[in-house]
Design a protein around this ligand. Structure first.
Ligand code: MTE
Ligand code: MO
Length: 520
């Protein structure tokens, strides 16, 4: 049994490797997002039901993409093993499975919102080459073992093989050659993709002009200097990343344009140079994700630079009745924001810089949208290429189509950073510290309580602006034992963060963050 299964499995795996490698090589021309496994993965992301996606974000966080790709490659390997084993019994079944896999890849590539017809080639040609390789390997193996089944037709198939390929050595050479071709095509494919598409070098040459409007210096007292408490400005390297992009979009700033169209009097188109030539504004803003659980990590604060979004909309001339601004990214993501809010005086930006450098590629280089007060999925389009003015009645963007709210202001939230959950600390004076945010409204108070006792006012660090989070500390005196610490914030409208727990779906989690510690 194993004696028959093992060669089949090896043939299947080598064949699948060639399909993936050759597909990646061809994708060097049609774009990295068209490589078979990436196309299938991206289609899977779009088709994943919301609860499963929530589960993935909750359990794997920013590693969700790695988990997905690992899953895809594992599934591919399992199918490949089965196809190889079946192929040794009946070649046509094995080949049919390989061809089917190519077809699924081609379908997935076409299902992308920004696909072109040529995007099917990596999967079709990868699958085709792999099917041919499988036929060759199977015939060579059967000729060597003398196990050809099916009589005359198959015999003549073996006799069409060159003589050298009909024995053990011939089969091993073919197998090694195919595996080598898989590795070589994959390697070269990656190299060419890096050369052709990677915009890291172009990004490193971008010079962001000095902003016409500087943000006020960050007050010295924004951070109370407690070890383990989140920095006031989140470094770019530690800034959370949430998006559906399986491969990072590489947008060439020299070729980039932004269109402003739809319900406007004068449609506009800007180049990156045009954007940089506008008066730039520097602005501190906390950005957070609707998928952030109570106490979760998907929140960060940066000093951004960008052009005024409101000014640009006014130049384009917003028509009566337009109420939704839809941002489109180069990979087809769509994100809708209330136009009324963009125009109400807040600092919405077409951002080009983050913490003193051009936007990192993972955070939307060369340009992203930011509108303080809203969760990222309704305000913060990365790799932005198109702004359409429309109505909420007429158009549902990506996440709204999947059941999330059309409009989602950031909910007041607070988090205990110190002590860490289940920490063991000396009894007596204990400093609790954390962050609270009610982006654009501002935080007016934070309270902490121990073991369900009375609420104590925490000491708020100095505020930067209402658009940023606030650090806080609270000094407690705790007797030895197990303690539950809880926190809640009050925003500048006087609304207290509600105790009632709500799921992140459909418009953001609510509830108080709590941490259990032991004092000894
Ligand atoms: N093009 C694109 N933009 C996007 C997304 C995306 O998936 N694709 N995700 C949005 C979501 S859900 C959030 S929370 C923020 C996250 O921005 P960050 O990754 O820079 O922290 O980006 C938003 N912009
Ligand atoms: Mo998000």
């Amino acid at each position: 049994m194993l004696a028959r299964a093992l060669p089949g499995a090896v043939i299947g795996l080598i064949t699948a490797g060639l399909a993936v490698g050759a597909g990646e090589l061809i994708a060097a021309w049609s774009g990295p997002q068209t490589a078979p496994a990436i196309a299938v993965g991206s289609a899977a992301i779009d088709l994943t039901p919301t609860p499963l996606k929530e589960f993935a974000v909750r359990n794997f966080g920013t590693g969700d993409k790695l988990v997905l790709l690992t899953g895809i490659y594992t599934t591919l390997a399992a199918i490949a093993v089965a196809a190889g084993i079946l192929a040794l019994r009946r070649l046509s079944i094995g080949v049919a499975l390989v061809v089917l896999f190519g077809a699924v890849g081609a379908w997935a590539a076409l299902s992308r919102p920004t696909s072109k017809t040529a995007d099917v080639w990596p999967s079709i040609l990868g699958g085709g080459v792999a099917a041919a390789a499988m036929a060759l390997l199977v015939r060579s193996y059967q000729a060597w073992r003398g196990t050809e089944s099916g009589g005359g037709a198959a015999e003549s198939a073996a006799s069409r093989l060159p003589v050298w390929a009909r024995d053990r050595r011939g089969f091993l050479m073919l197998a090694a050659g195919t595996a080598g071709a898989a590795a070589a095509t994959g390697f070269v494919g990656h190299k060419v993709v890096d050369q052709r598409y990677n915009v890291a070098l172009k990004r490193s040459r971008v010079r962001i002009p000095a902003p016409a409007t500087r943000a006020p210096a960050i007050p010295p007292g924004v951070h109370p200097n407690v070890a383990g408490l989140s920095e006031f400005i989140t470094p770019n390297s530690g800034f959370y990343r949430v998006d559906t992009a399986l491969v990072l979009p590489q947008v060439d700033p020299d070729a980039w344009t932004l269109r402003i169209r739809g319900m406007v009097d004068h449609p506009l188109e800007l180049s990156f140079a045009d954007l940089l030539a506008r008066p730039l504004i520097e602005h501190d803003q906390t950005l957070s994700c609707v998928s952030n659980e109570v106490g979760g990590p998907y929140v960060g604060t940066a000093r951004w630079i960008g052009a005024s979004l409101a000014d640009l909309l006014r130049e384009a001339g917003v028509q009566r009745g337009a109420d939704q601004l839809v941002g489109r990214s180069v990979d087809g993501m769509t994100i809708g924001t209330p136009i009324e809010s963009v125009l109400d005086g807040r600092t919405g930006l077409l951002a080009v810089a983050m913490n003193g450098e051009p936007l990192p590629i993972a955070h939307g280089f060369p340009c992203r949208m930011l509108v303080p007060g809203f969760f990222g999925y309704v305000s913060a389009t990365k790799w932005l290429v198109d702004l359409e003015l429309t109505t909420f009645a007429d158009y549902d963007p990506y996440w709204v189509e999947r059941g999330w709210s059309k409009i989602a202001p950031v909910k007041t939230a607070s988090r205990i950073d110190v002590p860490k959950p289940f920490a063991r600390v000396p009894a007596g004076p204990v400093t609790v510290a954390g962050v609270a945010w009610a982006t654009h409204r501002g935080v007016d108070a934070v309270e902490v309580r121990t073991d369900g006792g009375p609420w104590m006012l925490a000491r708020l660090a100095v505020a930067d602006t209402p658009d940023t989070w606030r650090q806080w500390t609270c000094d407690l005196a705790l007797p030895p034992g197990l303690h539950k610490l809880e926190v809640r914030a009050t925003d500048a409208t006087g609304a207290v963060q509600p105790e009632q727990r709500a799921d992140t779906f459909p418009d953001g989690a609510t509830g108080w963050h709590s941490v259990v510690i032991t004092t000894i």
